[in-house]
Design a protein around this ligand. Structure first.
Ligand SMILES: O=C(O)CCC(=O)C(=O)O
Length: 302
């Protein structure tokens, strides 16, 4: 699916200040990490996917639809695993600027996990409730992160991802409701100052990196501008999943840089088991349907 870089490839590094900011805050933005041509390529291919979704009437392996999606007015919430469906997305997985940033945080061995493209369409794009990715996929250590590629300019007004700085060093919150995992926390039941939330913003072509334990979410995009955000999940080469079935061939193929290990690094970290499965199992948007208390306004009906 993607090309493993040459074994002796050298990638651009984060500065010491950027590494320190990531370790302190649990997230980082690297402005203008992609070229305008790379951003245009991603934007164009995403338009094609939206056009193709006109013929779709329910969620598929490719498309997660906003509730009022129609052939006349296609509204996508997400393109699932876009790197599987188009080489333009797959190429981003091994962009040197991304691999170099992750190596600056974790060392040489970087493993790819999966991807999604959250669309947050202008005037509509669904909110996402507060959650920690670690609640979905705990590992033997927490050197895991999501790299967000901004396909559009993202500012405070078009539904940026919000993060709680420093929350990656705190507890893992309960992501269940009614006895099932729902992939979101009850904002009334946790000791979190949501007033400290920071918006993850930048011009198109910027990337963000957020730690797997960082609490994050975001409001609906009620602005007139799309907010397309390609989210690529990575893990350190020595992190082993605790509650995921590993397909051995896929696992081995997912090592992008560095050496394979048969002795994962184990750290004493809090984790919760993301079971039993949600009543509406699917994307996180579906999972969160059964949450008791919500923080963000639901997207308006259109
Ligand atoms: O799209 C966003 O703003 C947040 C993405 C996210 O947290 C997710 O899809 O799990």
């Amino acid at each position: 699916m993607f090309q493993r870089p040459a074994a002796d490839a050298v990638f651009p590094r984060l500065t010491d200040e950027q590494v320190a900011a990531y370790q302190r805050d649990g997230y980082l933005v690297v402005p203008n990490a992609l070229t305008p041509a790379q951003v245009k390529g991603l934007s164009d291919v995403t338009h094609e996917f939206v056009e193709q979704s006109r013929s779709v009437t329910s969620h598929t392996d490719v498309y997660d639809l906003e509730p009022s999606h129609s052939a006349q007015h296609p509204l996508l919430r997400r393109i699932k695993t876009p790197e599987k469906w188009h080489p333009t997305y797959a190429e981003v997985v091994t962009y040197p600027v991304i691999l170099g940033a992750l190596q600056s945080l974790w060392g040489p061995a970087i493993r790819y996990q999966t991807a999604k493209l959250n669309m947050k369409v202008a005037g509509y794009g669904s909110s996402l409730e507060w959650h920690q990715d670690w609640a979905f996929y705990p590992h033997t250590n927490d050197d895991l992160a999501v790299v967000g590629v901004m396909i559009d300019d993202i500012d405070e007004s078009n539904g940026p991802m919000l993060v709680i700085p420093g929350s990656h060093r705190g507890p893992i919150f309960d992501h269940s409701s009614g006895g099932r995992f729902v992939g979101g926390i009850d904002p009334t039941a946790v000791d979190v100052d949501f007033g400290t939330a920071a918006a993850v913003t930048g011009p198109a072509g910027s990337i963000s990196i957020h730690h797997v334990r960082t609490l994050h979410g975001g409001a609906a995009n009620l602005s007139g501008r799309d907010r397309r955000f390609l989210l690529l999940q990575y893990r350190s080469g020595d992190a082993w999943p605790l509650v995921e079935n590993v397909d051995w061939d896929e696992w081995r193929a997912s090592l992008l840089t560095g050496e394979e290990t048969w002795t994962p690094r184990m750290e004493a970290l809090p984790f919760r088991v993301p079971l039993p499965v949600p009543a509406h199992e699917g994307s996180i948007f579906e999972n969160q349907r059964d949450m008791g208390h919500r923080f963000f306004e639901a997207a308006p009906a259109s």
